[in-house]
Ligand binder design. Sequence first.
Ligand code: ADP
Length: 393
Amino acid sequence: MKVLVCNAGSTSLKFKLYEMPQCDLLATGKVERVGSVNDAIFGYCNSGTGYREEAAGQNIPDYQAGIERFLTCLTQGEGAVLADISEIERVGYKSVLSKGHYGVHEIDEGVMQGMRDFLALAPVHNSAYLSAIQTVQAVLPQARHVGVFETAFHRDIPLERKLYGVPYEWYEKYGVQRLGYHGASHGYIADVLNAEKVEYAAISCHLGGSASICAILNGRSVDTSFGMSLETGLIHANRVGDMDPTMIHFLKQEGLSEQEILEGCQKKGGLLGISGVSNDLRYIEEAADGGNERAKLAIDVFVTGIVHYIGAFYLDLGRLDDLVFTAGIGEHSARIRQMVCEKLAPIGVKLDGAKNEACSGEGVISAEDSAVRVRVIPTNEELGIARRTYEID
Ligand code: ADP
């Protein structure tokens, strides 16, 4: 079965076409700067033959033009992998959240309405998907369209770990609860571990532009650092993470406008806000090496948050077999992995410094006598989505 995975951003579209259940990647496509006249970037690759197209300065005024261009490459010319687009049986979306639909759902009007209802919680992501889904549905009407929501992997987290200390009616009436995100990534990590064993306790650290920690027991998420919105949990590249809501009233009283406060929390916060250097950890590490104290502080705040969640989840799980680092920072920053693991010595974590420094791609980086196996596993969110889309009844 051919499954197309669609990842939509406000000005970008990324596609991966898989043959399932073999999980063979057939082709990939990307459109950047959708909406720009003669400034969009289009890319296509036939994964089997390696045939590649990359063109800048393209006129791709909207999602429709972007998806049509990709479908043309799939079916025509040197890089084609399909005789006809009707071979695409399912489309899976890396969608974020929909009120009342927290798992994997075939897209219908109820699911779309749920996405509209939660626009305030994920304005950029939900508006991008609402528009991309409508467009792709119109172009591929024969396919089944499936929303693999980022909350899906966390939907079975027990209620006592999901509820905020707010009036219970807010949970019942408005759905106020900790939902969790990065489900495609943590779910993929669980897929990798599930292939090795059935019973295990693991903690997955997705450290990228957004960052979250997930406690996994026997293949299921049992807790995560993200709350109801994406502005929660750990500090992120430029978003605040957990904060005190009363701070908002205080800052207003101090003369900041609502717009300024939102911008501070959603765009100018996190690693960028503390370091004043960049939202990219590579530059922050460089600045820290050069003696920049705020850059060092940003790294320390980030690491402290990660350790706090790991410590709490370790006690909740009762044991820990695998500690996994993934995503841009988790896969590439030996420094962050080392700083985190040093603080985990009391629970028997022992890193092999040389393996940690040398690790490129997948690998075990703990010492032979470490009580916990520490590993780096490159995430593959699209494959996770293709699997969930294929599995739906
Ligand atoms: P996103 O969450 O946007 O999908 P990624 O998971 O690709 O992003 O993570 C991007 C982040 O990974 C970058 O902002 C950068 O901070 C970090 N990163 C990537 N490579 C390295 C590296 N070699 N060293 C340190 N950090 C890195």
